[in-house]
Write a protein that binds this ligand. Structure first.
Ligand SMILES: [Zn+2]
Length: 156
């Protein structure tokens, strides 16, 4: 093609695709009724209404196997087993997310406290809170509800 010539006109389908790409911000949206039907009342209360399970009751608290912890609502990979540590706080605790972009941090002033809420970046479900007293080099402790997670053991 001649240098400086008019740019080739993209195919109309390519234009549609680009429009779709711009609209797709990689998030997952469902109505609250859909979430409730899918998650059931117990998980719905935690994940979609920012509830907290009672300490020391979560099913993932004592899991030690190798694997990945994914979002209980959408399956987004959130934490790896090597980031899990025993914090004695009553909830599964992690030093850091598998990838920072997979979680979203928000200021939470509920219950008369100033805390940092952790949400799934993909479906915006509530996961737990992050505190700055963790043992790792970053000093963070991600304190996450078992009900907000599913554990996928590493396949042998
Ligand atoms: Zn999610």
């Amino acid at each position: 093609m001649k240098r400086g010539g008019a740019p080739t006109r993209p195919h109309p389908a390519a234009l549609r695709w680009r429009w779709y790409e711009r609209m797709n911000d990689n998030t997952l949206r469902k109505s609250e009724a859909e979430w409730l039907a899918e998650l059931g009342p117990e998980r719905y209360r935690i994940l979609r209404q920012a509830g907290t399970e009672r300490p020391f009751t979560g099913s993932l608290l004592d899991v030690r196997e190798d694997g990945t912890y994914v979002c209980g609502a959408c399956g987004n990979e959130l934490f790896t087993a090597d980031a899990k540590f025993e914090s004695h706080c009553g909830w599964p605790s992690f030093t850091q997310p598998e990838e920072q972009k997979n979680v979203r941090l928000l200021e939470d002033r509920s219950h008369g406290m100033l805390r940092t809420e952790v949400r799934c970046a993909r479906c915006d479900s509530h996961l737990g809170h992050v505190f700055d007293d963790g043992p790792g080099p970053l000093g963070t402790r991600y304190c996450i509800n078992s009900l907000s997670l599913n554990f996928r053991p590493k396949s042998p």
